[in-house]
Design a binder for this molecule. Structure first.
Ligand code: SIN
Length: 285
């Protein structure tokens, strides 16, 4: 007998818990459709208490779309190149995963010509201090933020394009005292629309991030910097944000067009370990 699925909204603008799915078992077409519908409506979806192997995580992701194979092979789950380890753990003097992965607001893969549509992150070890979990991840709704833009700014951005850059991102992380592993294969900068139309919901989504957007095309450096600063302050307002407090076993799936995220690095050397998968979008709408 299949379990009934329940969607429980978590935040005002985004976030929902999806109950009734065991992600370790191959998804049915109906379950897949319910996950996509929940992502379209809520941007971020959590499935709690999921005990699944790396291979089972990959199988779930393959049902959601075409997976990206990470280009950071030495940080992938051993034998599973589709999954990147996100962690601060050091073993035998070497980090086992990507440290400070989400330390600046960003959308996964925006520095690539074909950015990730979804990310699937499975929590294996979550740090705690005095009974309180640490290492929360914040999400913001890029469509709610777009809808609430001041008219003049919306008009300026509607047809604009922006440069997204991994090199810029790494430098910004280092400038802010975060760790950033050297990338052996630096990616060339790419240009994306400043506002993307979501391929499923048709909503307009702001696609400018503090982490990866280097500049707006066709604006002077001063104008571009001023607009990007204004946007960065606008999108972070509490009414657009959902804060995810992790529990071990959480399987979080998010949409990188309708959301941005930021990982809080407040746990020092307390162990944090998650497995991350990226699912490529189709062409930009
Ligand atoms: C990421 O930004 O990919 C990782 C998010 C997190 O560590 O919570």
């Amino acid at each position: 007998m299949t379990r009934s699925i329940e969607v429980v909204p978590l935040g005002q603008a985004l976030g929902a818990e999806l109950r009734g799915i065991d992600a370790s078992v191959p998804l049915t077409d109906d379950q897949r459709a319910r996950i996509i519908a929940a992502l379209d409506a809520h941007g971020v979806v959590v499935l709690r208490k999921q005990q699944l192997t790396p291979r089972q995580q990959v199988a779930l992701c393959q049902k959601l779309g075409k997976m990206r194979v990470s280009f950071m092979n030495d940080l992938s789950v051993p034998g599973v190149p589709e999954l990147t380890v996100v962690s601060n753990i050091v073993e035998n003097g070497k980090p086992i995963g990507l440290v400070d992965a989400g330390a600046l607001w960003h959308c996964d893969g925006s520095y690539l010509p074909n950015p990730d549509l979804y990310t699937v992150l499975h929590a294996l070890e979550i740090p705690q201090r005095d009974g309180q979990t640490l290492g929360d991840t914040l999400f913001l709704s890029t469509c709610a933020a777009y809808d609430a833009l001041p008219d003049a700014l919306r008009k300026a951005l509607d047809d604009a394009e922006a440069v997204h850059s991994l090199t810029h991102h790494i430098q910004k992380k280092l400038d802010n005292n975060f760790k950033a592993p050297p990338v052996k294969d630096p990616k060339p900068d790419v240009v994306h629309p400043a506002v993307r139309v979501h391929p499923n919901s048709g909503r307009r989504c702001l696609y400018l991030t503090e982490g990866h957007t280097k500049e707006l095309v066709g604006f002077s450096p001063e104008q571009s910097a001023a607009i990007l600063k204004q946007v960065a302050e606008h999108v972070k307002q509490p009414q657009f944000v959902y804060r995810h407090r992790w529990q071990e076993g959480d399987l979080l799936i998010w949409d990188n067009c309708s959301t941005q995220h930021l990982a809080i690095t407040d746990y020092g050397t307390l162990r944090r370990r998650l497995h991350r998968a990226g699912i490529e979008s189709g062409a930009l709408a």
